[in-house]
Design a protein around this ligand. Structure first.
Ligand SMILES: *Cc1c(COP(=O)(O)O)cnc(C)c1O
Length: 368
């Protein structure tokens, strides 16, 4: 028998989540963000499942766009950070990409370029995230120069990113919005602002386009869930099995360093999954796991290829029992990757995009 660990990807759930993003923002179109290999889900199969319902995709760099084009994906693809060097403009041209322009050197490179046809340009403004983008007071001049260069740039959009759209406290979000609305008014610019939390919970930010990412994969990005985020469906199920069972008396340490000690006579299950697969080694004792569709918890430190769980209260669990590290068990029980992330002092993004190539992906659904 092969090692039982697999990442099952439910492409119907992906389509459901994408449609939910559209339903939340009926006057916007949604770019489906497929960067980081679709947050670990596989960019090509995810793009194929969304082709026909998503009018455009977004990635972090040309290399990710090349993978999609080579697989025959011909929908528009937005480069969220634009180019990293001027020489990439030839590829932007060849591959028919949309590009973000966030800094002066990118603007100058574009204006000095002689593309076959004008390139759709999304001008990024730093409205308060203080990562990428032109300062608001510089945007008008940038916009003007691009408008005066119809051979280089077309279809101008104004784009920005929120620092706190996921938080209940909306004060900083409102500050960013006020700057953006003032700019959009002055320039008459179509906007693309909303990430997943803003798509789900901040209608004020819904522009001509939104850019949902993590919500497409079923993770709830909101600090406090809302009616829409509760309808998200998990896309990835990280599934394995029990490969050994130990019966131990009370007082026995389990695993490296003996971090966890049996508090009572215990049955311990060994699961084929570890940090060598991308399961987070920071998972504390008590991190939830589903065994045979029932909740139990990690007991002892995660090893490279294995981890240990407490089976004492699941007497029916035995060798070959199903283990779900996050996602949906065969009996329908769901363990959200967000809940697992909280026990690892991280966010779903790192767990999902951190599943390593050793774990085979198995796809189902995705056809219309
Ligand atoms: C990754 C990214 C997104 C998507 O963010 P989520 O929080 O995953 O929805 C949107 N915009 C930009 C610029 C990004 O880099």
């Amino acid at each position: 028998m092969a090692r039982p660990l697999i990442a099952e990807i439910d492409l119907d759930a992906l389509r459901h989540n994408y449609r939910l993003a559209c339903e939340r923002s009926p006057d916007s179109r949604c770019v489906a963000v497929l960067k980081a290999d679709a947050y670990g889900h596989g960019a090509v199969p995810c793009a194929r499942a969304l082709e026909g319902i998503a009018p455009a995709f977004a990635v972090a760099c040309i290399e990710e766009a090349v993978v999609l084009r080579e697989a025959g994906i011909d929908a528009p693809i937005l480069l969220l950070e634009g180019i990293f060097e001027a020489a990439e403009l030839a590829q932007v041209d060849d591959l028919g990409l949309w590009m973000t322009v966030h800094s002066d050197w990118q603007l100058e490179a574009l204006l000095a370029h002689r593309p076959a046809g004008p390139i759709p340009v999304w001008v990024k403004v730093d409205s308060g995230m203080h990562r990428l983008g032109f300062p608001p007071e510089a945007v008008e001049a940038v916009w003007q120069r691009l408008r005066e260069a119809p051979a280089q740039a077309c279809d101008l959009h104004l784009m920005s990113h929120f620092a706190t759209a996921d938080l209940e406290d909306s004060a900083y979000f409102e500050r960013q919005m006020a700057r953006l609305e003032a700019l959009a008014d002055r320039l008459g610019a179509p906007l693309c602002l909303a990430n997943s939390p803003a798509t789900l919970a901040r209608p004020r930010a819904h522009g001509a386009w939104n850019r949902p990412g993590v919500m497409l994969y079923g993770s709830d990005p909101l600090e406090v869930a809302n009616a829409a985020s509760r309808r998200l469906a998990p896309v990835m199920t990280l599934r394995s099995a029990i490969i050994a069972v130990r019966e131990l008396p009370a007082g026995e340490p389990v695993g490296y360093g003996g971090r966890w000690t049996t508090p009572r006579p215990s049955r311990i299950g060994v699961v084929a999954a570890g940090y060598g697969d991308g399961y987070d080694r920071h998972a504390v004792d008590g991190t939830p796991v589903l065994v045979a569709g029932r909740r139990t918890a990690i007991a002892g430190k995660v090893s490279m290829d294995m981890l240990t769980v407490d089976l004492t209260d699941i007497p029916e669990a035995d060798i070959a029992s199903e283990v779900v590290l996050w996602g949906r068990a065969s009996n329908g029980e769901v363990l959200s990757v967000d809940e697992v992330a909280r026990h690892c002092d991280t966010i779903s993004y790192t767990l999902l995009s951190g599943v390593l190539p050793r774990v085979p992906r198995r796809y189902h659904g995705g056809q219309s």
